[in-house]
Design a protein around this ligand. Structure first.
Ligand code: SF4
Ligand code: MSK
Length: 653
């Protein structure tokens, strides 16, 4: 502990492993600036709330139950701890699903207007993916041009938002047996708004008070996220802005340039960022910046829209959610433009202290003290041109000293289901057979998705990095998204050279293909790329009939948001063992806990796990992978036998 003017504060090296963030936190303390790290010290987590043992669904309460003796007491209405926890968990899933689905709807409406030729600033950049999506939903594309296919796809996908009965369209892409299981349990979502509305209605005081029945609706709601809103956001962003393919990009605060106008875009929707890219490349604005003495305009991403734009265009990335306040302490940021989700309100105060323009752009996300310049898709440049003009003016009148951490790290980003398909088999023999073969023969032990946020309750990046290193050391191929991907990128792990840290089998495959042992897939909404890749593994054959059969697992070791809980639940219900770190918002030794951590698996789905220790977490995942290998009868195959199609079929029988 070190002495600060007012109170004892932890060493910055205890708060984050990110050296740039450490440097800026030191500077913030000297400058008298407070960040989330300081507020986390001041604000101890409420011990009852952290385990969801409190209820404020009505004003006969709030009611607090004792998590140590969960069945000693009930709420004023008689609600048990299982009901209370299930309702709280349900509302987190509803909120996370609403966030992703709202994002998905914005992208779907944009897609409709772009396809209809009503917006000239964007186009359909990937007509091949457009056609593949139509095919995946059984939409006949015969005789249809791009506009016709787009209209047909829109007409189908809008059901994700309008249907009161039936099944959301993208569930048809799931493995047959997984879909059958959802149908058997009545879990196929009708539409995202319907499921979220019903979730909120059921969790009203005095309504659904059986934790098992609430869990069914939790699951149906989460599936409306993963196979609905989130999937629409990812897939249609690819169609409009281009499907990513591997690209080299720099990550960390060293991407800021003292002699340039620095603009950061932070949030989740790619359209603001795409238009900002157009503005900063416009010679008109570049010349104005130069006239004002800048060497140019430096566009940088943060958080998830940053991860998405880095994947698609190689735009440099300054850091994940944990570093968004710290980056402003550099004094080098002339404007930070934000859209939706994971935008800390604390940014407004920090921005004010460094004369940075913090600009909100979305009517769904305004912040007191920030400047609002609204972004309209039909004339997007009006907003981004104005932001760039303000940033240039701030550069020309910079008064605060600029201190930029020197560190930035190169890595390969931009993997997708489509690229993995191509990478492993080329244009003519593309497919997942080489991946499945290498899993069956044991070179690759299994696949893990390591995703999610960072959280000031945990030393930033530390759990992500230690977990992923342990997984690859044990021959587990890692897929990443969101803030987690940035944690590993800052540590130089998203390069083919990182293969030397992998176990011998995984290293051999990485070296043969020239790929990193950790594949970065984009933003948190892009977790659906993992669902599609898992589906491709099932459909390829040899690894069972459902996603639950795969030697695979997932983790969000430093999670913090309700979206993360929705993502966790849709992975669990898609068949994945999903381990969360930090704290888990459920009391142990209760019926609801047992259902999430054991019961769902017995019904054929995945299950939840929890640990705060990265090595323990890795081995929980590896043990699960080994259990699945045993069930597939490929547990002895780690001695490298070559498996052909006939063998694969035999294994399946
Ligand atoms: Fe208390 Fe029941 Fe009201 Fe919840 S719904 S606050 S448990 S009385
Ligand atoms: S931004 S949800 S902190 S991944 Fe997608 Fe990062 Fe988590 Fe927000």
């Amino acid at each position: 502990m070190e002495k600060n003017d007012e109170r004892l504060l932890p060493m910055v090296s205890d708060l984050t492993t990110c050296e740039s963030t450490q440097q800026m936190l030191e500077k913030a303390r000297k400058d008298g600036i407070t960040t989330a790290w300081d507020r986390a010290v001041d604000m101890k987590p409420c011990p009852i709330g952290v385990e969801s043992a409190c209820c404020k669904m009505c004003h006969m309460g709030p009611c607090r139950l004792n998590a140590k003796r969960p069945y000693d007491k009930v709420g004023v209405c008689g609600a048990t701890i299982d009901t209370i926890m299930a309702r709280n968990f349900a509302r987190m899933v509803a909120s996370g699903t609403a966030a992703h689905s709202d994002h998905g709807l914005a992208i779907l409406e944009l897609f409709r207007d772009v396809a209809a030729g009503q917006i000239n600033d964007y186009t359909i950049k990937d007509p091949i993916k457009l056609e593949e999506l139509c095919n995946s939903l059984g939409i006949s594309t015969e005789g249809l041009n791009v506009q016709g296919m787009a209209q047909a796809l829109y007409d189908e996908l809008i059901k994700t938002y309008t249907q009161l009965n039936g099944e959301i369209p993208f569930v048809r892409r799931a493995p047959e047996k997984t879909l059958e299981l959802w149908r058997k349990h009545g879990l196929v979502p009708r539409s995202a708004p319907k499921e979220v509305m019903e979730m909120m209605s059921r969790t009203h005081m005095g309504c659904d008070q059986h934790y098992e029945n609430i869990t069914k609706q939790i699951s149906r709601t989460a599936l409306a996220d993963g196979w609905g809103g989130s999937m629409i956001a990812t897939e249609l962003s690819d169609v409009m802005f281009g499907t990513p393919s591997p690209v080299l990009a720099d990550v960390d605060m060293g991407v800021l340039k003292e002699n340039m106008v620095n603009i950061i875009v932070h949030g989740h929707e790619p359209n603001l960022f795409e238009s900002m890219l157009a503005t900063v490349n416009d010679p008109f604005y570049v010349n104005i910046a130069k006239e004002k003495g800048a060497a140019g305009i430096n566009l940088v991403g943060m958080c998830c829209s940053g991860a998405e734009m880095m994947s698609r265009h190689g735009i440099p990335h300054a850091g994940n959610f944990g570093s968004t306040e710290a980056v402003l302490v550099t004094g080098a940021v002339d404007a930070m433009a934000v859209d939706i989700q994971c935008i800390k309100q604390g940014l407004a105060e920090v921005a004010k202290c460094y004369d940075t323009h913090l600009i909100t752009t979305n009517p769904r996300c305004m912040i007191e003290g920030a400047l609002h310049i609204e972004f309209h898709e039909h004339h997007p440049r009006a907003c981004t041109d104005e932001i760039v003009t303000k940033a240039i003016a701030r550069f020309a009148t910079r008064t605060k000293p600029v201190v930029i951490p020197k560190k930035s790290t190169k890595g390969v980003h931009g993997f997708t289901y489509e690229y993995i398909n191509y990478m492993l088999g080329g244009s003519f023999r593309g497919g997942f057979a080489p991946l499945n073969d290498n899993i069956i023969n044991g070179r690759i032990r299994g696949v893990a998705g390591v995703v999610g946020c960072v959280n000031p309750r945990v030393k930033q990046d530390s759990v992500h990095v230690a977990l992923v290193k342990e997984l690859i050391k044990n021959d587990v191929l890692v897929l990443q998204t969101g803030c987690s991907q940035i944690s590993l990128a800052k540590n130089g792990m998203l390069t083919p050279e990182a293969a030397h840290l992998a176990g011998p089998g995984l290293r051999e495959v990485c070296e043969a293909v020239g790929m990193p042992p950790i594949l970065g897939l984009g933003s948190c909404v892009d977790n659906t790329r993992i669902l599609i890749a898992a589906t491709a593994m099932v459909k390829q054959g040899g690894l069972g009939n459902t996603i639950a059969d795969l030697p695979a697992a997932g983790a969000a070791p430093e999670w913090m948001s309700e979206k993360a809980i929705a993502i966790g639940q849709y992975f669990v219900m898609s068949g994945v063992y999903t381990v969360f770190g930090v704290s888990f918002p459920i009391v142990k030794n209760t019926k609801f806990h047992d259902l999430l951590f054991n019961g769902l698996e017995k019904q054929g789905f995945g299950k939840w796990g929890h640990s705060t220790d990265p090595i323990e977490m890795a081995h929980m995942m590896i043990d699960h992978i080994d259990k699945k290998r045993k069930a597939l009868n490929i547990d002895k195959a780690r001695e490298r036998t070559l498996v052909d199609m006939a063998d694969r079929r035999q294994i399946q029988e």
